[in-house]
Design a protein around this ligand. Structure first.
Ligand code: NAP
Length: 240
C-alpha cells in the first residue's frame, strides 16, 4: 500500500502524523513559503492537471490517495476524482464540517463576486480570505479592506495589510476589529476551529457578516474526520 496525501490543511498534517512509518508521500501546491514540517517525505507543486496526477500516481506506484486539501480547493478535488477513476487508485476526501448553524444572522453568498457586491458603500471590511483572493474586491474603491497575512505586505488601496500568525483568541480578534473600526466581516465557510474566533468576535460586536458558501462537495467518497480516514485505510488494507 503506497499513499499519496494531498495537504495544505491542519487536518492533513494530523493524517501525516498518524501515518508515520507507512509508505506515504505528502504533497503541497506550493502556496506557502515555509510549510510546517510533517515528518514524512514530501513534494511540492501542481501535477499538471488530471493527466499529470494520473501519471504521477501510476509512475509512483501509488495505490491510495487521500485528499485533505482545503474545503475551497475545488479544482484539486475534481482532479482527484477523475484521476482516481482513470487509475483505479482508491481515493477519499477529508472535508472538515462546515460551520453551518454556528453562522447565525449572516448574509450567505455563493462566490467572491457576490461577496464584493454585497459589501455596503463606505464599509470598513475585514477580508478573511487570504491574499490570493483579493482581486475581485479591487473594484470596490468606495470601501476600505483590511487583510491579515503572516508576512508584511505593502498597503495597496483599497487594501490595508495587517501582520499576524494564527491562532487568535476571541479577545485578540475583538481587539483587532475594534482597533480598525471594522463594521463588516467577509469570510468563507471554511469550518474548523482556526477561523471561528473572528466569527464569534464579529458576532459579539454586532458586525455585518458576509459568508461565502462552500463549493459543491466532490463526487467521490467524502469523510469528515481524521479518524474516518484511518478507518477507511484500515478497510482498504483488509482488502489488500
Ligand atoms: P485548487 O484551486 O483546488 O487547485 C489549484 C491547483 O493547485 C490544482 O489544480 C493543482 O495543480 C494544485 N494543487 C492544489 N493542491 C495541491 C496539493 N496538495 N499538491 C499538489 N498540487 C496541488 O486549490 P487552491 O484553492 O488554489 O489551494 C491550493 C492549495 O492550498 C491546496 O492544497 C489547499 O489545501 C491549500 N489551501 C487552500 C486554501 C484556500 O483558501 N483555497 C486555504 C488553505 C490552504 P495541478 O492541476 O497542476 O495538479
Amino acid at each position: 500500500m503506497k499513499i499519496l496525501l494531498l495537504g495544505g490543511t491542519a487536518e492533513a498534517r494530523e493524517v501525516a502524523q498518524a501515518l508515520q512509518g507507512r509508505e506515504v508521500v505528502y504533497s503541497l501546491a506550493g502556496a506557502t513559503d515555509n510549510p510546517a514540517p510533517t515528518g514524512i517525505p514530501s513534494r511540492i507543486g501542481g501535477f499538471g492537471g488530471v493527466a499529470g496526477l494520473a501519471a504521477f500516481l501510476r509512475d509512483g506506484g501509488f495505490t491510495h490517495l487521500i485528499d485533505a486539501t482545503h474545503p475551497f480547493a475545488a479544482q484539486m478535488k475534481r482532479h482527484v476524482d477523475l484521476a482516481a477513476l482513470e487509475t483505479s487508485v482508491g481515493a477519499v476526501h477529508l472535508l472538515r464540517p462546515a460551520w453551518g448553524g454556528i453562522l447565525q444572522k449572516v448574509e450567505n453568498v455563493s462566490d467572491l463576486a457576490s461577496a464584493a457586491a454585497a459589501v455596503p458603500p463606505g464599509a470598513r471590511v475585514f477580508l478573511a480570505l487570504g491574499s490570493r483572493h483579493l482581486e475581485t474586491f479591487r473594484t470596490r474603491s468606495d470601501v476600505g479592506f483590511w487583510v491579515r497575512s503572516i508576512t508584511q505586505k505593502t498597503d495597496n488601496a483599497p487594501f490595508t495589510f495587517l501582520v499576524g500568525r494564527p491562532p487568535f483568541s476571541v479577545e485578540e480578534e475583538s481587539a483587532t476589529l475594534r482597533q480598525h473600526q471594522i463594521d463588516t466581516l467577509v469570510l468563507r465557510d471554511s469550518g474548523g476551529s482556526g477561523g471561528l474566533a473572528k466569527v464569534v468576535a464579529a458576532q459579539r460586536l454586532g458586525m455585518r457578516i458576509i459568508v461565502i458558501d462552500r463549493p459543491p462537495p466532490p463526487s467521490g467518497l467524502v469523510v469528515s474526520s481524521v479518524a474516518e480516514v484511518l478507518q477507511w485505510l484500515g478497510r482498504e488494507e483488509a482488502k489488500w
